[in-house]
Design a protein around this ligand. Structure first.
Ligand SMILES: [Zn+2]
Length: 164
């Protein structure tokens, strides 16, 4: 399909090349066209002049808007830092609890085993005691922490935009 390329197509290329690189074919075709077409050269020059004029215009931003934006950014930054600290604490506490659990499991099992032999408790009872003493407190504590944390608003989320 060989479509006829119009001035409008070249004008579109002139606009596009100002914000993205053109394909080599398009760039070559455009340069060849600009060498022979006065109308498109004028459009190119007008585009340049218009963009320069726009870029030189001062943009007045109300001081209140600047201050409010800075305040919001500071608040958001503080909230993100707080969330990161909270997450580091949770990860650290989890690692510590896990490590201590693993380190103490053998000693606790030996203790439970000794008690079981003293009182002649069956193995099932010992296993239950071991689970209750070693596993249950950390698990229940963890669940309680998760419940308490999920009740505090937005604790697991990135802070949302505020309207104020
Ligand atoms: Zn042209």
């Amino acid at each position: 399909m060989n479509e006829r390329i119009t001035h409008a197509d070249f004008e579109e290329l002139l606009v596009r090349q100002r914000h993205e690189p053109l394909f080599t074919d398009d760039a070559t075709r455009l340069q060849a066209h600009l060498a022979t077409c006065k109308r498109c050269r004028r459009f190119d020059a007008a585009l340049d002049a218009g963009l320069k004029s726009l870029a030189s215009q001062p943009v007045a931003v109300p001081a209140a808007l600047t201050a409010a934006t800075r305040l919001r950014l500071r608040r958001l930054s503080a909230e993100l830092a707080e969330a990161a600290t909270r997450m580091r604490l949770i990860v650290g506490a989890s690692l510590l609890a896990g490590s201590l659990g693993l380190l103490t499991a053998r000693a606790l099992w030996l203790g439970v085993d000794w008690l079981g032999r003293q009182w002649d408790v069956p193995v099932g009872g010992l296993a239950l005691l071991f689970v209750v003493v070693w596993f249950a407190p950390a698990t229940l504590g963890g669940l309680a922490a998760v419940v308490a944390h999920s009740r505090s608003a937005g604790a697991w989320r990135v802070p949302e935009r505020r309207q104020s």
